[in-house]
Design a protein around this ligand. Structure first.
Ligand code: ADP
Length: 195
């Protein structure tokens, strides 16, 4: 089963992806985590991405599509993947469809965590407060607003793309974490039975 967790920065995609990873044995692929690892390791990809990420813009499609294509080759992805933070543009979504089709796979469901922007700024501020010393370079109120703007402009149009494929399921991301997990679990259970 291959799934996409969809939603703006701070919506809780990573938290829910980890739940599914633990409970379903799916592999979480977060392009944000992969890019941060590349930055930390000082690879060419990291050098190309760092300034772009720090200002809250999108890394070019070919670079993120490349890291996903490479990662999908690994055997642990065979059982299924939860895409977290990818795709973020229609071009990425089309590239992902092509990659999966060539492997005889497809996206089974896109789970949208629906939240409101102002709450996201508050969440990020408390995440920074509660984890001193671990703040990401892009976790400032200004950059978060920029990332939310990029999300609205470049990523939100994907909702229509997946609605058109009849794959979009929306969950209330403002509910308590356990309730969001229960709703996500419900969706995944139904998709699992249907496939
Ligand atoms: P968040 O969901 O909190 O914005 P991520 O960890 O998913 O954070 O992404 C952090 C940054 O990494 C993004 O602002 C962007 O610069 C880059 N990035 C991550 N995924 C992608 C992607 N699919 N396409 C382009 N850039 C990406």
């Amino acid at each position: 089963m291959d799934l996409i967790l969809f939603g703006p920065p701070g919506a809780g995609k990573g938290t829910q992806a980890k739940v599914l990873q633990d409970e379903r044995g799916l592999v979480q692929l977060s392009t944000g985590d992969m890019l941060r690892a590349a930055v930390a390791a000082g690879t060419e990809l990291g050098r190309k991405s760092k300034a772009i990420m720090d200002r809250g813009d999108l890394v070019p499609d070919d670079l993120v599509v490349g890291i996903i294509a490479e990662r999908l080759e690994k055997p642990d992805c065979g059982k299924g993947v939860i895409f977290d933070g990818f795709p973020r543009t229609v071009a990425q979504a089309k590239a992902l469809d092509a990659m999966l089709t060539s492997r005889g796979r497809k996206i089974d469901a896109v789970i949208e965590l629906k939240v409101d922007d102002e709450a996201m700024v508050g969440r990020m501020e408390s995440r920074v407060r509660e984890n001193p010393g671990e703040a990401r370079a892009d976790d400032t109120p200004e950059t978060l607003r920029k990332r939310l703007g990029v999300y609205r402009q470049n990523t939100e149009p994907l909702l229509d793309f997946y609605r058109g494929q009849d794959k979009l399921v929306t969950v209330d991301g403002m509910a308590p974490i356990a309730d969001v997990s229960a709703a996500v679990r419900g969706v995944v259970g139904r998709v699992g039975e249907a496939s």
